[in-house]
Design a protein around this ligand. Structure first.
Ligand code: ZN
Ligand code: ZN
Length: 332
C-alpha cells in the first residue's frame, strides 16, 4: 500500500510502499478514505517538529483522517462498513493521572504520542489497523466531511472552556486568523448564537473571507471581545486578541509560537481577564464536533474544502496560504 512518510535522518518526505497491516483480535482494519492537511503537517514536513515511532527511521504523516471499517470482530463495537475518524492522541506509557482517566489531551508526563506527529504513525497510508477505543463513529452521511472533525474537536474543546470561564453570557467574540482553525472557531461560535468578528490579513474578496461573511461574521472591524481566540500562529495575533478583551474577557491561545510581545498585565488584573492555552481534544469534544458538523449546511462545507489526489500531497505541504480553508487528499 502507498504511504507518505517523513525520513527524519535524511530530512526527506516521500511516498513509500508499505506492507498492508494485519488486524489483531480486538482491532478493526480501516481503509483510509481521505486525509486533511494543516499547518502542523507543514511544520512536520519542514522538520521543525515531530518524531518517528521509537526505533523507526520514518514517520507516516497525517493526523486528520476519515476511514471506513473493512474488517472487524464479529461482536466488536464497530462493524464492517462503519465510518470513523481517529482520535490523534494516545496515552503515555507512564500512565499519568490524566491519561489514566481518559483525558490524554491533558497528559502531564509529556510521554503521550500523537498519530502522524510524534511517536506514532499517522493516516496518510491506505490501510491502518486500529483499536476501536481511539475511533469516533461518524454517520455515513457525514463521511465526506469527516476529515474536519479533528480540527473541529480542537475548536470545540477551546470554545467549551472559554464559555465555562466567561463570567456572563458572552455578547461578542473575536477570532484572530482566518485559516482552518479560525474559520471553524467562527462557525462554532455563530452556532452558539454569539456574534463574531474575525480579524486577519486576507483581503475582503478572499474566498475564506467570503465564506466567513456567508456565516454572518464581521471582518476586520474593531471590537471589545468577551471571548477572543488566537488562531493565526503568531505572537502578534495573540497580543491583539488579549488587548481586545473586554472586562471579564476570556482569551484562548490556539496557535501562537513563542514571541516577545507586550502583555497588558495591569489591565488583565483590573479587568479580571483570563488567558489560557488549549491543545488536542477529549472524547466529549469530538462528540460535540460530530453534532455541530451534522447541523452545518452542506453547501458551506463544500466550499470549505478543496479535494486533491493523494499523489498531489507534496504540493499541499509547501503551500502556505491556500484559497480553500481545508486541503483534503483522497486516498481511496
Ligand atoms: Zn491538524
Ligand atoms: Zn499521560
Amino acid at each position: 500500500m502507498k504511504a507518505y512518510t517523513l525520513d527524519f535522518a535524511a530530512r526527506r518526505g516521500e511516498f513509500r510502499e508499505l506492507a498492508e497491516p494485519v488486524r489483531q483480535s480486538g482491532q478493526v482494519l480501516l481503509r483510509v478514505a481521505a486525509g486533511g492537511v494543516c499547518g502542523t503537517d507543514r511544520e512536520l514536513a519542514a522538520f521543525h517538529i515531530g518524531e518517528p515511532p521509537a526505533g523507526e527511521p520514518f514517520l507516516v504523516l497525517g493526523h486528520e483522517a476519515c476511514a471506513q471499517v473493512v474488517e472487524a470482530d464479529r461482536m466488536g463495537p464497530l462493524q464492517v462498513g462503519d465510518w470513523v475518524a481517529p482520535m490523534v492522541r494516545h496515552a503515555c506509557a507512564a500512565r499519568c493521572p490524566f491519561c489514566l482517566r481518559g483525558r490524554v489531551d491533558q497528559c502531564n508526563s509529556g510521554g503521550y504520542r500523537d498519530s502522524g506527529i510524534v511517536g506514532r504513525h499517522g493516516y496518510f497510508r491506505q490501510y491502518v489497523a486500529e483499536d476501536p477505543t481511539h475511533l469516533i463513529r461518524v454517520p455515513a452521511a457525514l463521511a465526506e466531511f469527516a476529515v474536519l472533525l479533528e480540527p473541529l474537536s480542537v475548536v470545540e474543546k477551546a470554545v467549551a472552556r472559554a464559555l465555562q470561564l466567561a463570567a456572563a453570557p458572552a455578547g461578542q467574540a473575536l477570532v484572530v486568523g482566518a485559516g482552518p482553525i479560525g474559520c471553524l472557531t467562527a462557525l462554532v461560535l455563530t452556532q452558539r448564537g454569539i456574534p463574531v468578528t474575525v480579524h486577519s490579513m486576507e483581503p475582503p474578496d478572499h474566498p475564506r473571507v467570503q465564506w466567513l461573511k456567508r456565516i454572518g461574521v464581521l471582518y476586520n472591524q474593531p471590537v471589545k471581545a468577551d471571548l477572543a481566540f488566537e488562531a493565526a500562529g503568531v505572537g502578534a495575533a495573540a497580543e491583539l486578541a488579549i488587548k481586545s478583551l473586554a472586562p471579564n474577557g476570556v482569551c484562548a491561545i490556539l496557535g501562537a509560537r513563542e514571541a516577545q510581545v507586550e502583555m497588558p498585565f495591569r489591565t488583565m488584573i483590573l479587568e479580571n481577564q483570563t488567558v489560557f492555552g488549549s491543545v488536542n481534544a477529549d472524547r466529549a469534544s469530538w462528540e460535540v464536533a460530530v453534532t455541530d458538523l451534522a447541523r452545518t449546511d452542506r453547501g458551506l462545507l463544500e466550499t470549505f474544502v478543496e479535494r486533491r489526489s493523494f499523489a498531489d500531497l507534496p504540493r499541499s505541504l509547501v503551500e502556505t496560504a491556500p484559497q480553500a480553508a481545508k486541503l483534503v487528499h483522497i486516498l481511496h
